[in-house]
Ligand binder design. Structure first.
Ligand SMILES: Nc1ncnc2c1ncn2[C@@H]1O[C@H](COP(=O)(O)OP(=O)(O)OP(=O)(O)O)[C@@H](O)[C@H]1O
Length: 671
């Protein structure tokens, strides 16, 4: 009855706990006795081994939940030798021994057994010790698993936090430290330095780490950055591994990067967990210690358990960051396209039949399909932007953006951030992160208009972009690869700029790979009638007027004018003519075209009395406006209001026109 009572108690204790027992005992009688006791108590005996070797073989075929282990066995090895292997495999064991002298007990204690039974033992003692061992083991495994799960969640939360990647890794390092005692952690993406560059976290205090990037490592080790990057190529990152003592020394021998770290930080052991990410290559967590035997198979199996959840977390994080980047780029592209629609023009809209323009078209067709940098030279208003657009539209990059940068219109202190972008807080006023025009133009083209105006210090940076094909955001964490075709334009004589020290010779050579010189309009006067009719028809259509051609007198004037403002000026003159035209007769010019300004010598641009200061520009504007209003008033015989009055032609309110006239000093006698 007593034994039945005992049996029930034990099975209660054993609920949810495994019942497979291996007996390691070389005395047949004792082993047999144990088997009977265990089977009576509804345990499964997975086998009886009389030596360590036999035990190892049996464990390989079926892993027991617990081992009853005699100390003195057949063969060279003892139960104490087997205990170390059982601990590695996380199998609990109970010693059975006739010998309980102090030295044996001490040796047994060092192996952390779950019990020690002295022979001869009572059935009841065996069963109670067995149940206690199984219960304690199950409980400790559960506690460990719970801790492991907490670590998993904490790591996932840490990586999902918004903020700097270094901060996230520092926090992750602290979380790992409670499970894996390390002195140096190497973490990051080995194969793609852009997202999470490989960095070291060196423990310098209780919860304090120093972040060591590859350039700091270069300073500390005395190796150049290039050399370090070359050594990294040999880093073992394909499989998880544990390298203590001799194994670590062997690893250092075969891997120069490990050797470099070992020497620089006096490291003696290493535990590696590589994670194969879906898109960005291999992310590595590599823990190092200054002690030779600190890492165990338990640490390695913890990392193995974390492998999948960590890979998922990092994949998710990188995908999220990529989406954020794309979103940011799309927003800027959208903003940029809205600007561009207003100024865009197509290759088909290029009018001209002159020999000089046709040879420009030939050059455009030749160079467009290559990736060669193009330098477009020509006076202001000759169509440089149209040519840049044609080159882009005829190239294989046409489905991507052509990003325009007007180097003359940007304040010097903003050009760099405009071109290369900046990180949040990179300088006062950088409230948000911003991607630069080079990044925006990735896989497309960039049109650097008025390149001759670019400040010298920026010319050096541009040269680097052209040479290295990578840019660096202001306050950024490293270079970013870009694939951009450069199309530059200038109305300056760059050779003269170089000679006078305002333009770098090396940059000039880089840009001047394929120069295209646009002829001034006065040098291709055969195109003037074509262009004039083209603009007139376009504008008439736009404002809904019939086009009856251009008067002979007007055309004569157009042909004899020197066109300092080139096609842009011609377009403006025709616009004025269309506005004042009554819609029933051929176009006449709104004002006489007088060649009052001298034309620059060929190639020396644009020294022709062009306005230099803002007040010059204003004066010129006022003069033009005055002449224009006067010509309209003359046409209406001084009539301002009413049908066929100047306000109708100018599409202005009478009060506005009167106040403009007053401001410009236009009196009745002038008309
Ligand atoms: N061959 C052409 N046919 C029709 N329109 C043209 C032609 N060339 C230029 N244009 C028009 O003339 C104007 C000035 O051209 P564009 O802006 O390309 O000149 P640019 O040389 O880049 O001037 P800037 O040096 O001042 O920037 C634009 O409105 C453009 O559409």
């Amino acid at each position: 009855m007593a034994s039945r009572q005992n049996k029930t108690d034990f099975s209660l204790l054993a609920t949810h706990i495994g019942r497979n027992v291996l007996i390691v005992e070389d005395e047949f009688v004792v082993a047999n006795d144990l088997e009977i006791i265990l089977e009576k108590a509804e345990y499964q005996v997975t086998g009886i081994a009389s030596s360590v070797q036999e035990a190892v073989e049996l464990i390989a075929t079926q892993k027991p939940d617990v081992v009853l282990l005699d100390i003195v066995l057949q063969g060279q090895q003892t139960g104490i030798d087997l205990a170390a292997q059982l601990s590695m495999m996380s199998i609990p064991f109970i010693y059975l021994s006739a010998n309980s002298n102090q030295s044996i007990v001490e040796a047994a204690k060092a192996t952390h057994p779950y019990g020690f039974l002295v022979k001869p033992f009572r059935e009841k003692d065996v069963l109670i010790t067995l149940q206690m061992a199984l219960y304690r083991h199950a409980h400790s495994v559960e506690t460990y698993l719970r801790k492991e799960q907490t670590l998993q969640i904490a790591l996932s939360d840490t990586f999902s936090l918004s903020g700097e990647w270094k901060q996230k890794f520092l926090q992750a390092a602290q979380l790992f430290q409670t499970f894996i005692p390390f002195d140096f952690l190497l973490a990051g993406i080995i194969t793609d330095q852009e997202a999470y560059p490989l960095s070291g976290f060196f423990r310098i205090g209780f919860e304090e780490y120093q972040c060591i990037g590859m350039s700091e490592l270069s300073q500390m080790s005395g190796f150049s950055l290039e050399k370090i990057n070359a050594l990294l190529a040999s880093y073992p990152h394909m499989a998880a591994g544990l390298y203590n003592g001799d194994a670590f020394r062997a690893l250092s021998q075969s891997c120069s990067f490990t050797q470099l770290l070992a020497k620089t930080f006096r490291l003696e052991s290493n535990l590696i967990l590589p994670l194969q990410l879906t898109q960005r290559g291999i992310f590595i967590f590599s823990f190092f210690s200054r002690q030779a035997h600190v890492f165990s198979s338990g640490h390695l199996s913890l990392l193995e358990h974390l492998k999948n959840p960590l890979t998922l977390t990092l994949d998710r994080l990188l995908a999220f960051e990529q989406i954020e980047k794309l979103k940011e780029k799309l927003e800027q592209e959208n903003h940029y396209l809205q600007e561009q629609v207003k100024t865009s023009a197509n290759f088909e809209e290029m009018v001209g039949a002159s020999h000089s323009l046709r040879s420009v078209f030939d050059q455009v067709t030749q160079v467009a399909c290559t990736d060669t940098s193009v330098l477009i030279l020509g006076e202001s208003g000759t169509g440089k932007e149209l040519i840049a657009r044609s080159i882009h539209n005829l190239s294989s990059r046409k489905s991507k953006l052509l990003v325009k940068v007007n180097c003359a219109a940007l304040p010097a202190h903003l050009i760099e951030s405009e071109l290369f972008g900046h990180e949040k807080g990179a300088f006062t006023g950088a409230i948000d992160k911003r991607i630069g025009k080079f990044e925006l133009a990735h896989q497309g083209s960039i049109f650097l208009d008025e390149i001759g105006e670019m400040p010298l210090e920026l010319q050096a940076k541009l040269l680097r972009v052209l040479q290295e094909k990578e840019i660096e955001r202001l306050g950024g964490r490293g270079p970013i690869k870009t694939d951009v075709r450069i199309i530059a334009a200038t109305n300056r004589n760059l050779e003269k700029e170089v000679a006078e020290g305002r333009f770098r010779l090396d940059l000039y050579y880089r840009l001047n790979v394929f120069p295209i010189a646009l002829p001034a309009l006065r040098d291709r006067s055969e195109d003037i009638p074509l262009l004039a009719s083209f603009f007139a028809q376009k504008l008439c259509k736009k404002i809904g007027k019939q086009f009856y051609g251009i008067t002979e007198k007007a055309m004569g004037e157009l042909l004899h004018y020197q066109w300092p403002g080139n096609i842009r000026e011609l377009e403006n003159i025709i616009e004025q003519a269309v506005i004042i035209n009554d819609g029933q007769s051929p176009l006449d010019l709104g004002r006489p075209l007088i060649n009052k300004i001298s034309i620059p010598e060929q190639g020396i641009l644009p020294a022709f009395g062009a306005p230099k200061t803002l007040s010059d520009v204003k004066l010129l504007q006022q003069e033009t406006e005055r002449e224009y209003i006067l010509s309209v008033l003359k046409k209406t015989n001084g009539r301002i209001r009413g049908k066929n009055g100047a306000v109708e032609l100018l599409n202005l309110k009478p009060t506005t026109l009167e106040s403009r006239m007053e401001k410009l000093g236009i009196r009745k006698v002038d008309i």
